[in-house]
Write a new protein. Structure first.
Length: 97
């Protein structure tokens, strides 16, 4: 059974995900995650910002040489627009300027 834990918010500096229960030896790369995130960006009902925002992904733990180690896998997805979001220069971001 896989268990996902997440921290952060879409308008923050980054999202962090930890996946527990991943068996050892599963091939995974940041490119695989980028493909999944690209599918998410194209989803129904997404705002205009989703079309141009780019996420920076990093696998920070649980994978070595492209294969899972059997322990939790930690993934960080950085928000490349973070310094701009929430400062008032993005309509609807909640910033005060």
């Amino acid at each position: 059974m896989l268990r996902w834990l997440t921290a952060g918010e879409s308008h923050g500096r980054a999202l962090v995900a930890i996946c527990e229960g991943m068996p050892a030896g599963v091939r995974i790369s940041t490119a695989d995650i980028v493909v999944a995130l690209a599918r998410r960006r194209a989803g129904y009902g997404r705002g205009a910002r989703m079309k141009f925002e780019q996420d920076e992904t990093e696998i920070t733990a649980g994978v070595r040489h492209g294969c899972t180690l059997g322990g939790p896998v930690a993934i960080r997805v950085a928000n490349t627009e973070w310094p701009k979001v929430g400062r008032g220069d993005v309509p609807g971001s909640g910033g005060r300027g």
